[in-house]
Design a protein around this ligand. Structure first.
Ligand code: NAP
Length: 491
């Protein structure tokens, strides 16, 4: 299966709105640098940073020189390649809310109408419409133009629709790339390879063989100075609507007829539409909201959410959410999907756990009573790996079983630098391959499932339960999963 085409890129202009911002410095510029080092960028590929800050191109390069390097491992950094990379980089100071200020961008793009043109919007969503209108009015949208949007795409279905409407007023749907960087992770794509490149798993991938699926995205950081933004957002909007649902969809989708973008996305949307709605009291009973309190990590105490900058004293915003979801389909009827995400949790971990059913009748004694069935554990963070838990005979005379893991650690197997998830996605945008990007109807379907949950929380004034920073969230999350006779995988 070839998800990522190796065809070489055409000359391009990559216009990075928010080029001076945090995401650009930590992820986007390093991603492009690595692709430059892999010689995947054509000679005539330019990166044009855009922001209000008053740099010229040299000033912008100097800023990158000072700020980006700390985000690249020393072993992966090569001074000569970096300096050559910087020659691709340019800068235009534009205040995107002022249509009169696009002149420098118009000038730098003049005469390059035939090249691929990517407008990458790494800015607050409140600026999306100003930018799409701005580049339209400045006459910058060409046949070969694409626009890429960072999450969050709206705060609910209605606001997402408004953004999508303003986008579609100036771009065709096939020019719009809604990014979810989780889909750029090697392991997520490997999940597709595992499922659809091996006949082995298909007969097992159904309710007769799988008891439950658990997806956890746990962060150890708190809101880190983004309290104002976060308090208006919360974990449900920030993590579940996009990353968690995207992972669920990749696990649950039917095999697409091909790897063509729309074949894959047609199957993904069917899963979103098959999610059983969680409304009213049903939503409350199948969800847990949490908010971290002060706690401690190895290196010392950390403050609680309410003590953060710009967070109202009486905020009820959730920094943790756990959900029990079900998919109404022949394949998945009766299999609970547990989704969980939180800030200030015990460790930074992203993993998908597929728990298989127990053997119908055990003839063996087991060291652990075979309390945990076979598991497939797909880990995205901190390391990317796939592990299969199986039972073997314990060493010795007795026939007693013990669990062991078949391990596939990608770093060990491929001995490669760990890629930034954005690397392939940015190249896909330039290349014009939208397979790993969200289509408009996908975004709408995800919000359509999320909105009633939030509405139910409001209707029932469902409180965010406190949990100590450095733990796995409120105890209610354990109660949620234990109703099914299960427990979270926290090995
Ligand atoms: P940030 O550090 O606050 O950067 C915002 C950028 O927007 C700056 O480059 C700023 O440039 C530019 N900007 C603001 N107003 C402008 C205007 N009127 N005209 C032109 N440029 C303007 O934000 P960020 O953390 O990089 O996040 C960017 C986007 O990515 C957001 O939508 C965020 O939700 C999303 N995101 C971020 C992360 C992350 O890890 N940071 C992860 C996922 C998604 P000047 O200051 O030079 O004007």
């Amino acid at each position: 299966m070839n998800l990522i085409s190796n065809e070489s890129l055409q000359p391009f202009d990559f216009i990075l709105f928010g080029g001076t911002g945090d995401l650009s410095i930590r992820k986007l510029i390093p991603s492009l640098y690595f692709r430059h080092c892999e010689q995947q960028l054509p000679e005539d590929g330019r990166i044009i940073g855009v922001g209000r800050t008053d740099y010229d191109s040299d000033g912008f390069r100097n800023m990158l020189n000072e700020s980006v390097r700390e985000h690249i491992e020393e072993a992966d950094f090569d001074e000569g390649s970096w300096q050559a990379f910087l020659q691709r980089v340019h800068y235009c100071a534009v205040d995107v809310s002022d249509v009169g200020s696009y002149k420098p961008l118009i000038e730098i793009l003049a005469g390059r109408e035939e090249e691929v043109r990517v407008f990458y919007l790494s800015v607050a969503p409140s600026l999306f419409t100003a930018i799409t209108n701005g580049v339209h009015e400045a006459g910058l949208i060409t046949e070969k133009s694409r626009v890429t949007l960072e999450k969050p795409l709206g705060r609910d279905q209605e606001s997402a629709e408004a953004i999508n409407n303003s986008l579609s007023a100036v771009f065709k749907e096939e020019q719009i790339y809604r990014i979810d960087h989780y889909l750029g992770k090697e392991t997520v794509q490997n999940l597709l390879a595992l499922r659809f490149g091996n006949a082995l798993f298909e007969p097992l991938w159904r309710s007769e063989r799988i008891s439950d699926v658990q997806i956890t995205i746990a962060e150890s950081l708190g809101v880190e100075g983004r309290g104002g933004f976060y308090d208006q957002t919360g974990a449900l909007r920030d993590m579940v609507q996009n990353h968690l649902l995207q992972l669920l969809v990749i696990i649950a989708m039917e095999p697409p007829v091909s790897i063509d973008p729309d074949a894959v996305r047609d199957e993904k949307i069917k899963v979103l539409r098959a999610l059983k709605p969680l409304r009213g009291i049903d939503a409350v009973e199948n969800s847990v909201r949490g908010q971290y309190k002060a706690g401690a990590y190895g290196d010392g105490p950390v403050p609680g959410y309410l003590e953060g900058e710009d967070v109202p004293d009486d905020s009820n915003t959730e920094t943790f959410v756990a959900l029990r979801a079900e998919i109404g389909s022949w394949r998945w009827e009766g299999v609970p999907f547990f989704l969980r995400t939180g800030k200030r949790m015990e460790s930074k971990t992203t993993e998908i756990v597929i728990n298989f059913r127990k053997v119908p009748h055990s003839i063996f004694d087991t060291a652990d009573g075979m309390s945990t069935p076979n598991q497939l554990i797909i880990r995205l963070q901190p390391e990317e790996s796939i592990r299969m838990r199986i039972y073997v005979k314990a060493w010795g005379d007795d026939i007693q079983l013990q669990p062991v893991y078949l391990n596939l650690d990608f770093n060990d197997v491929f001995q490669k630098r760990k890629m930034i998830a954005y690397e392939r996605l940015l190249l896909d945008v330039i290349r014009g391959n939208p397979t790993l990007f969200m289509r408009r109807d996908e975004v709408a379907a995800a919000w359509a499932w999320i909105d009633p949950i939030r509405q139910a929380w409001e209707q029932f004034q469902y409180p965010a339960k406190g949990y100590t920073a450095g733990t796995w969230g409120p105890s209610a999350a354990n109660a949620l999963i234990s109703r099914d006779g299960l427990r979270w995988n926290e090995d």
